[in-house]
Design a protein around this ligand. Structure first.
Ligand SMILES: [Zn+2]
Ligand SMILES: [Zn+2]
Length: 131
């Protein structure tokens, strides 16, 4: 079982299945909310154990499409944990358990600030990878 939580511990969750993919987004929005590295999880493997009432959502304004959930007590970015999609991005920073994944790609590298140097060999995309 993979466990995860926010910084203050109010929000706790577990994953019954390992995430499918890990990637890092360098867009200004991910950077500002402090959740650049994300893992993709299947909704039916995600179980919120406590803290539902502490989770706030910053709604995406078009053209952006991803809502941002965070703990209203400590501010930890959680990714899209309240998503109703079959799979959603979860902020890797809130995982407490190790996962057998490594960062597989960097996207929106064109928006990366100069002070950040990418230190792995994962594929880089100037914008969103076209799949
Ligand atoms: Zn918290
Ligand atoms: Zn982003």
């Amino acid at each position: 079982m993979i466990k995860g939580s926010c910084c203050c511990g109010a929000v706790q969750f577990e994953l019954t299945e390992a995430p499918t993919l890990m990637g890092t987004c360098h867009c200004s929005r991910c950077r500002k909310v402090g959740a650049s590295t994300l893992v993709f999880v299947k909704s039916d493997s995600f179980k919120l154990l406590q803290g539902r009432e502490k989770i706030s959502t910053f709604k995406a304004v078009p053209p952006y499409q991803y809502d941002r959930c965070f703990c209203s007590l400590c501010g930890t970015a959680l990714g899209e944990v309240l998503s109703e999609q079959a799979s959603f991005p979860l902020a890797a920073n809130c995982l407490d358990s190790e996962v057998e994944l490594e960062n597989a790609f960097h996207e929106f590298v064109a928006e990366k600030p100069k002070w950040l140097h990418i230190g792995d060999d994962a594929k880089q995309f100037a914008e969103h990878p076209v799949s």
